[in-house]
Design a protein around this ligand. Structure first.
Ligand code: ATP
Ligand code: MG
Length: 352
């Protein structure tokens, strides 16, 4: 099959920032936060993805998802786009490639533009989950012009996160607050650093899992859950999978043993988790692949923290990337994992 991989490298995002960023960040302001490019992939990751998909026998090209992507896809349309582009600007940035593909009538892997945008908007996503009766921690969305009185209904400890980010951007160890004054300071810091609404959530502190899925409908496969072992974090750190935990305390040269996969689960807990995942994927209209973060509440019931319909897929096992880890645990090599995602998108689109 003629396949095009679309991606956002860190270098590509930096170029995009240099060309267009001035319109959003007027020169005098603070520079973008240190984690601004955290969602971009390294060239090494992209090379591994390209190599793996080529090894499956596909006729392959790879494109940075920059402003010229539309004309590249138009000049040489593939039969399928394998999309892993995170984008840079705006809360709907993950929808850029799927929207282009829809305009050009090119089938692509993964969820549609609406689902990608909703899942990147934590509050909107939680509103939808609640409509479907799916448990998720209580929250309040705070915009700059709003009074903070609505926050009085939340219990401490609470966590403050930028509403539309991923890769733990803006989720630091000190994002957890225990009193109203620190909450107010954290929210102000969020506006200054991330120029967007803050979501404040009650913290639920039970076991945490992230669950990868591949496929659609009844054929969807739930890969072995990965447990986040907070006990491996430095002493005194909050038991959360923060930016520090993901990118600073855990490095390939000094990996944290933070994951257990397959997670050790009793039969009833496994069944509860699987039921929650199936309901979540179906309620949100997720396609082909996804990774859902969940945590147990004080009664031992799983709640959805957030949904990643465009999950990270760092190839190197030392990089501790959850989706490939779950796939390895299910017995799939890296190329087999990518092949399965491509196959379900192809099947869904009637491509032989
Ligand atoms: N309400 C909550 N209760 C308990 N822990 C939470 C809550 N919200 C976030 N966390 C912790 O913070 C981590 C990061 O939060 P979240 O998953 O929302 O951020 P993200 O940047 O979207 O993550 P990802 O890297 O998966 O895209 C979670 O994995 C979890 O450990
Ligand atoms: Mg997460």
């Amino acid at each position: 099959m003629k396949v095009a991989v679309t991606y956002s490298t860190k270098e590509g995002l930096e170029k995009e920032f240099a060309e267009f960023g001035g319109r959003q960040f007027s020169g005098e302001d603070e520079p973008p936060p240190t984690d601004f490019f955290a969602e971009g992939d390294s060239s090494a990751t992209i090379d591994s993805v390209l190599q793996a998909i080529s090894s499956l026998g596909h006729d392959l090209r790879g494109y940075e998802a920059d402003a010229d992507l539309c004309s590249r896809l138009r000049c040489d349309p593939p039969q399928l786009v394998f999309n892993m582009a995170e984008g840079l600007f705006g809360a709907s940035r993950e929808s850029y490639v799927p929207t282009l593909c829809e305009k050009l009538c090119i089938p692509y892997t993964g969820s549609d533009p609406l689902v990608l945008a909703v899942c990147l908007n934590k509050a909107k996503c939680k509103e939808l989950l609640s409509f479907h009766g799916i448990a998720t921690p209580k929250f309040v969305l705070v915009s700059e012009e709003m009074s903070l009185s609505a926050l009085k209904k939340l219990r401490f400890p609470a966590i403050v996160k930028p509403n539309c980010e991923g890769s733990s951007k803006g989720v630091f160890n000190d994002s957890v607050v225990k009193d109203f004054e620190s909450l107010r300071a954290k929210i102000e810091n969020n506006f200054r650093q991330y120029s967007q609404a803050a979501i404040v959530e009650e913290l639920i502190l039970g076991r945490e899992f992230t669950v990868a899925t591949i496929g659609n409908g009844d054929g969807m496969e739930i890969l072995p859950p990965v447990e986040i072992c907070h006990s491996e974090l430095p002493s005194g750190a909050w038991p959360i999978y923060s930016y520090e935990a993901k990118w600073i305390w855990d490095r390939p040269e000094k990996p944290l043993k933070i994951f257990d996969c397959p997670a050790k689960l009793s039969k009833p807990l496994k069944a509860k988790i699987e039921k929650l995942i199936r309901r979540t994927v179906s309620a949100m209209g997720i396609r082909d692949w996804c990774r859902t973060d969940i945590r147990l509440d004080s009664e031992g019931n799983p709640q959805v923290i957030e949904i990643n319909p465009l999950p990270g897929i760092l190839p190197n096992p030392e990089d501790n990337s959850c989706f490939p880890k779950a796939a390895r645990s299910a017995g799939y090599s890296y190329p087999q994992m990518l092949g399965k995602i491509i196959d379900c998108a192809a099947r869904r689109n009637g491509i032989k």
